[in-house]
Design a protein around this ligand. Structure first.
Ligand code: CRA
Length: 803
C-alpha cells in the first residue's frame, strides 16, 4: 500500500544516507527507490530460479553482443505492479517520480534494432513466464554520446556506470576463466582419448553482473548476465604496469559503435569469444547441478545465437563437450546441433562477419582446430549430397583464408530464422539459397516484435488512458485486444480523445525541442519522424531531398499554401562511416537555412535531435504523426521503429520492405502510404544492370533543382559534403535508387498532406493503425521462438511429483 511504501522508503533513505526526504537530492532518492525495488524483486528472482531448478526446466539462453534496455526504473515499477502506488506515495512526499527517473542513465549497450530487439525479448520472455536468460557483455562505456558541433557529429564517451547501477549484482562466486592465445597440441590420455595440451595461454577472469528481468505482474524474474573482464589473482604478477593492465581491461571497455561493418580488430574477436565462453561454461556448470547425463543437455538447454557475433558458441560448446565432458565428435556434434539456433538480422553483405584465419588461429588455437574439423566434415558430407561442387565453395566455413561466421552459425544450428516474412524469403531464395537447398527444414521466419508495455503503456500514458476508457484495460495484458478499438473508428468522441492525446504528446515533444535545440515548433504542424541509425540504405537522403523540394517550392512561391510540417530526425552514424556523417552535416545545414529563413514563416521546420537513444525515442514516438520507413526495398531486414510508431498512432509512409509489408497487411492498403520500387524490381535492376541515375537527373527538373542545391551554394557550409552526396548519386550511380523512388515518394507525401487536412479521415486512419498493432507484440514473437525453436515452456509451480 501507499502507506507501507512511504514508511519503507523513508526508512531506507535514512539507513542508506542518514537523511530525510527534504535534504535528499534526486540521485539519492533515485538510489533509495532503486534499492527498495531491488530488495523486493530479489526474492522473486530467487523463487523463479528455484522453480526452474526444481522442475529441471529447459531454459533458453539468448546470446547477444548487444542489449539496449534504456532506463529500467519505470518499466521495473510497471512490471512489479508498483507504479501507481509509488507515484502516489512519492507525490505525498512532494516528489515527482519523473524527476527520479531523469537521474537514471540509459543502459545503451547496443547500436540499434538488434540490441533493442534483444531487450524487448528479455521483457517479453519474463512477462510470458518463460525460462529464458540473456548473456552478453557489460561494456564499461556504452554507445557513444552524440553531439553536433557546426553541424558535424562528434562522439563523446558514454560513461554510464559513473553514477552507479542499482539494478546489477556482481556475482564473484560465479566467475569463470576464459583463455586466449598460446599453443595447443593433442595428446592421448590414459584411456587413449585425445586431449588438448596448452602452453603459454593467457588466462582472463570473466565476472558476471546479473540484472533481473522482471515479468509483467507475474512474479517471474529472469536474468540478464553480462560479463566483465578482470585479471585473475593467479596472473596478477604477469601484468605489472598500468598500461599492461589497461590492455587487458580494454576487452570489455567499449561497445563497437558499428552495426554493419565487421571490424577486423582483435579486441572485437576477443570480445566475441569472451562472452560466449564465459556464458557456455556457466550454463554447463549449472547443468551439472541437475545431475542429468551430459548427452541429454539439449533437453534442458537451448542456446540462441543473435546474429553472427556469438557464432563461436558452436565451436566453444563442441570444445567443452569434447575436451571436458569426454564425448566423441559424433556425440558432441549431435547435441550441439540440437542446442543451437541462429537468427540472421541483415542481408547487407558488409555485415556478414568474416575473420582472417591467422587471427583466429593466433587468438583461439583450440577453437580454430575445432572449426577446421567442422568445416572438413561439412565438406565431406556435402560432397556426398550434391552434384554441383561449386556449392561447397560457396557454403563452407573456411575459404579464401577467412572464417565465415554466418556459415558456421548455419551449419551448427538446427534453426535459422529471418526477422520478417520478406527477409526470411530472401534468405531462402537469394542470400542463403545454397544453404536452403542443403537444409530446407532449418529455415523459418520469426517476424520481430516490440515490448508494448514500454512503447505504449509507459511511453504514452495519455493514449493509454484513452484506451482504458474506451475499450477497458485488457489490452495491457493482451495487446491483440487493441482490435476492439476498431468499433470506434466512426465515433467522433473517441477520435477527438485520441487526437487530444496526440496533441499533448506533441506539446511535450515541442517543449523538449525548445529546451534542447532552442527551436520553436508548433504542435499544429504535421510531425514527420525518421528515427533510426544513419545508413545509406535507410535513405535519410530521400527524406532530405523531399524537404529541399518543399523549401524550394515555398521560395519560388512564397505566398502559396503550404501545410506546416516539422521534419524530425534522430540518428547516430558509426564514427567510421564517413558518408553517413556527411548526410548528418547536410541535414543540419539545411535545417539551419530553412529554420532561419523568414520567407518560410514557420511552415517548414527541421529538427535533428542530438543523441538519439531509447529515452529520446520514448518522447518522440508518441508525438509522431508520420512514420518514415523508406529504406530501399529488400535492404531493411525488418525494422522495429515502424511497429512502435504505428502502435502510437503515426501513419506510415513506406516502401515494401521488411516488416512494412506486414504492417500494410495488418492495416490495409488504404491506411498506409506505400511508394517506391519493389524488391523484385531492385533485383531486376541488378540483373539487367540498366539503372541510370543520371537519366533521372537529366529528365526530371525537380530532381535536378534539388540536387543542384547541394552544390551551388543554396545550402551554405556544405561545399565538400554536398559534392560528396551529389557524386554518390550521379557519378557513382546512386547505389540505393534514391532518384528512382523520388517521384513516387513526393507523390505519397502530397497524399499525406491532403489526408491530414481532413482531420476526421486522418484520425480514423490513425486509430486503425493503433488497433492493428497488437500483432507486433514481442510477447507473441517470443512465444513462437519458445514453441518452434527453443521448445521451452512457461514456468509452473514446482510439484514434487516431478521428482
Ligand atoms: N540494424 C536490421 O537492419 C532489424 C534489426 C533487428 C538489424 C533491422 O531491420 O529490425 O536488426 N540488423 O532484427 C542488424 O543489426 C547485424 O544486423 C539492425 O538493427
Amino acid at each position: 500500500t501507499k502507506e507501507q511504501f512511504i514508511t519503507q522508503f523513508k526508512k531506507r533513505l535514512s539507513e542508506k544516507y542518514a537523511m530525510g526526504v527534504e535534504d535528499a537530492s534526486p540521485t539519492e532518492l533515485y538510489n533509495t527507490l532503486g534499492s527498495l525495488m531491488h530488495s523486493a524483486y530479489s526474492s522473486d528472482r530467487h523463487h523463479t530460479w528455484r522453480q526452474y531448478l526444481l522442475n529441471k526446466q529447459k531454459q533458453a539462453y539468448y546470446f547477444s553482443i548487444e542489449f539496449l534496455p534504456g532506463k529500467l526504473m519505470a518499466s521495473n515499477l510497471l512490471n512489479m505492479d508498483w507504479l501507481e502506488t509509488v507515484e502516489e506515495g512519492l507525490a505525498e512526499l512532494g516528489i515527482d517520480l519523473a524527476d527520479l527517473t531523469e537521474v537514471e542513465q540509459d543502459m545503451a549497450l547496443g547500436n540499434g534494432g538488434l540490441g533493442r530487439l534483444a531487450s524487448c525479448f528479455m521483457d517479453s520472455i519474463a512477462s510470458c513466464g518463460l525460462p529464458g536468460n540473456g548473456n552478453g557483455i557489460r561494456y564499461e562505456y556504452g554507445l557513444f554520446k552524440q553531439k553536433f558541433i557546426d553541424g558535424h557529429q562528434v562522439e563523446l564517451p558514454d560513461d554510464w556506470l559513473s553514477t552507479g547501477n542499482v539494478w546489477e549484482v556482481r556475482k564473484d562466486s560465479k566467475a569463470v576463466d576464459v583463455c586466449f592465445y598460446g599453443q595447443v597440441h593433442l595428446e592421448e590420455d590414459a584411456n587413449g582419448k585425445l586431449k588438448p595440451v596448452y602452453k603459454n595461454q593467457q588466462v582472463l577472469r570473466a565476472v558476471p553482473y546479473d540484472t533481473g528481468m522482471i515479468g509483467y505482474k507475474n512474479n517471474i524474474v529472469n536474468n540478464m548476465r553480462l560479463w566483465s573482464v578482470e585479471i585473475p589473482n593467479s596472473e596478477e604478477s604477469k601484468y605489472r604496469s598500468l598500461e599492461e593492465r589497461r590492455t587487458i581491461e580494454d576487452l570489455t571497455a567499449v561497445l563497437y559503435p558499428d552495426d554493419s561493418n565487421a571490424k577486423g580488430q582483435m579486441t572485437r574477436l576477443a570480445q566475441e569469444y569472451f562472452f560466449v565462453s564465459a556464458g557456455i561454461q556457466s550454463i554447463v556448470r549449472y547443468y551439472h547441478t541437475l545431475k542429468e547425463p551430459i548427452h541429454r543437455i539439449h533437453e534442458y538447454v537451448a542456446i540462441h545465437i543473435n546474429d553472427t557475433h556469438p557464432a563461436l558458441c558452436i565451436p566453444e560448446f563442441m570444445r567443452i563437450m569434447l575436451d571436458e565432458e569426454g564425448m566423441s565428435w559424433e556425440e558432441a556434434w549431435a547435441v550441439t546441433l540440437k542446442v543451437m539456433s541462429y537468427t540472421n538480422h541483415t542481408i547487407m553483405a558488409e555485415a556478414m562477419e568474416k575473420w582472417p584465419i591467422d587471427m583466429l588461429k593466433q587468438l583461439l588455437p583450440r577453437i580454430y582446430q575445432i572449426i577446421e574439423e567442422i568445416d572438413r566434415r561439412f565438406v565431406e558430407e556435402t560432397e556426398l549430397k550434391v552434384h554441383d561442387r561449386s556449392i561447397i565453395d560457396r557454403t563452407r566455413i573456411i575459404n579464401h583464408n577467412q572464417v565465415h561466421m554466418a556459415h558456421l552459425a548455419i551449419i551448427g544450428s538446427h534453426s535459422i530464422n529471418g526477422v520478417a516474412k520478406l527477409h526470411s524469403e530472401l534468405l531462402k531464395t537469394v542470400v542463403l539459397h545454397d544453404f536452403y537447398s542443403l537444409y530446407p527444414a532449418r529455415f523459418n521466419n520469426k517476424t520481430n516484435g516490440i515490448a508494448e508495455r514500454r512503447w505504449l503503456q509507459l511511453a504514452n500514458r495519455p493514449l493509454s488512458s484513452v484506451l482504458d476508457k474506451t475499450i477497458g484495460t485488457s489490452w495491457r495484458d493482451n495487446p491483440e485486444d487493441l482490435q476492439q478499438l476498431l468499433n470506434y473508428q466512426d465515433d467522433q468522441k473517441v477520435l477527438n480523445a485520441l487526437a487530444a492525446a496526440k496533441r499533448q504528446n506533441k506539446e511535450n515533444l515541442a517543449a523538449l525541442i525548445k529546451k534542447t535545440q532552442d527551436i520553436t515548433v508548433s504542435p499544429d504542424a504535421i510531425f514527420d519522424v525518421q528515427i533510426k541509425r544513419l545508413h545509406a540504405y535507410k535513405r535519410q537522403l530521400l527524406n532530405l531531398m523531399h524537404i529541399i523540394k518543399c523549401y524550394q517550392d515555398i521560395k519560388n512561391n512564397p505566398d502559396s499554401e503550404f501545410y506546416p510540417r516539422v521534419f524530425i530526425f534522430g540518428a547516430k552514424a558509426a564514427p567510421s562511416y564517413a558518408y553517413a556523417k556527411t548526410i548528418i552535416k547536410c541535414i543540419n545545414e539545411t535545417a539551419n537555412l530553412v529554420n532561419n529563413d523568414p520567407d518560410v514563416k514557420d511552415r517548414l521546420k527541421i529538427v535533428f535531435l542530438e543523441n538519439y537513444n531509447v529515452s529520446l525515442a520514448e518522447v518522440i514516438i508518441p508525438a509522431a504523426d508520420v512514420s518514415e520507413q523508406i529504406s530501399l526495398a529488400s535492404k531493411e531486414a525488418s525494422g522495429t521503429s515502424n511497429m512502435k510508431l504505428m502502435l502510437n498512432g503515426a501513419v506510415t509512409i513506406a516502401t515494401l520492405d521488411g516488416a512494412n509489408i506486414e504492417i500494410r497487411d495488418a492495416v490495409g492498403e488504404e491506411n498506409i502510404n506505400i511508394f517506391g520500387i519493389t524488391e523484385q524490381e531492385v533485383y531486376d535492376y541488378y540483373e539487367s544492370n540498366t539503372y541510370s541515375a543520371v537519366s533521372y537527373f537529366e529528365k526530371d527538373p525537380v530532381i535536378r533543382r534539388v540536387l543542384e542545391a547541394f552544390i551551388d551554394g543554396t545550402i551554405p557550409n556544405i561545399q565538400s559534403e554536398g559534392r560528396e552526396v551529389f557524386d554518390s548519386l550521379i557519378r557513382y550511380n546512386d547505389e540505393f535508387f534514391v532518384l528512382r523512388d523520388f517521384e513516387s515518394y513526393v507523390k505519397a507525401q502530397e497524399k499525406i498532406t491532403e489526408c491530414y487536412k481532413d482531420k476526421r479521415k486522418w484520425q480514423k486512419i490513425s486509430l486503425i493503425n493503433i488497433a492493428n498493432a497488437g500483432v507486433f507484440s514481442a510477447d507473441e514473437t517470443v512465444k513462437r521462438y519458445a514453441d518452434d525453436i527453443w521448445q521451452i515452456e512457461p514456468v509452473t509451480e514446482y510439484s514434487s511429483k516431478k521428482g
